[in-house]
Design a protein around this ligand. Structure first.
Ligand SMILES: [Zn+2]
Length: 290
């Protein structure tokens, strides 16, 4: 992500993986290829590959700093976790990116997970002598109570992969006493408040950050690609409730379109942050500085 500021807060990111990911037909099951291609033709080559038609996604952790406080939003896939082959790429880039931020694990004050999918809570924990321990031993972790309970229920029902994620990346943090399970509209820290955004997962939330009259909203997986501004009804193949995800997205667009609020989607490629602009009965994505 291209760094930016919100009042006296600086925002940058640590990238775990970036590049081509899936064609629109796979990423958005209700999309149609002709419409997708028509939209993509008008978009820059940082968000898709004109030769293959594949969409680009980035996996990243946002780093917010103000007056010495360090806040991380979403923690990518992590290391040593038994995950499907798609997620078994090198984890060194994230560690290198973390080091490049001049950070140590001890220096992180706050960790926020917008939801408990595989790519949003992985670095919550690390395997140390065979045990999963909080990666950031001094941090206050914030995890949505609804989200935590939902994946706990799915784990008991035998949903295998989410169960593993919940068990190795969320439960150890809660058991260590470092996590606070919060409501989806909780006020976390000065100027940092959650906004409920259910659908992608039942407990998915956005994080609103305000400083000196400026505002940014970190939207997690409310959308995965700028093409969804043009087609808000296209939910991703990862959305637990596709209809609710679409409703949440449209309501969010209605509220934030044509406002100065900076929108920060987890998976948008460089420069990542931008704004939503109204375009007829739909919307358009505009990267900062565009
Ligand atoms: Zn995601």
């Amino acid at each position: 992500m291209k760094p930016f500021t919100i009042g006296d807060i600086t925002v940058s990111s640590i990238i775990e993986r970036e590049g081509p990911i899936r064609p629109p037909s796979v990423m958005f099951p209700t999309s149609d290829t002709a419409t997708a291609m028509r939209h993509l033709q008008g978009m820059a080559a940082n968000v898709w590959s004109p030769t293959s038609g594949i969409l680009y996604n980035t996996y990243q952790t946002f780093v917010l700093r103000r007056r010495g406080q360090v806040i991380l939003i979403d923690t990518c896939v992590g290391e040593n976790k038994a995950r499907p082959p798609h997620f078994n790429y090198s984890k060194q880039p994230w560690l290198d990116g973390f080091a490049a931020q001049q950070l140590s694990f001890d220096a992180v004050d706050v960790v926020i997970n917008t939801h408990l999918h595989v790519d949003h809570c992985g670095w919550n924990t690390r395997l140390v002598n065979g045990r999963w321990l909080p990666t950031f031993p001094k941090a206050q972790y914030y995890i949505g109570r609804r989200e935590y309970e939902f994946w706990g229920e799915q784990t008991k029902r035998g949903w295998e992969l989410p169960g593993r994620i919940w068990t190795d990346s969320a439960v150890p943090v809660v058991e260590s006493g470092r996590a606070r399970l919060v409501d989806m509209d909780a006020e976390l820290e000065e100027g940092v408040r959650l906004l409920p955004a259910p659908g992608h997962t039942p407990g998915h939330f956005c994080v609103s950050v305000v400083s000196r009259g400026e505002r940014a909203v970190f939207i997690g997986d409310l959308m995965h690609h700028p093409i969804q501004c043009l087609e808000p009804q296209w939910s991703s193949c990862f959305c637990v409730d596709q209809a609710m995800a679409s409703e949440t997205r449209r309501r969010f667009f209605e509220e934030y379109a044509d406002t100065p609020t900076i929108i920060v989607p987890e998976h948008f490629p460089y420069p990542t942050a931008g704004r939503i602009v109204r375009q007829g009965s739909a919307f358009r994505w505009k990267f900062l500085d565009e």
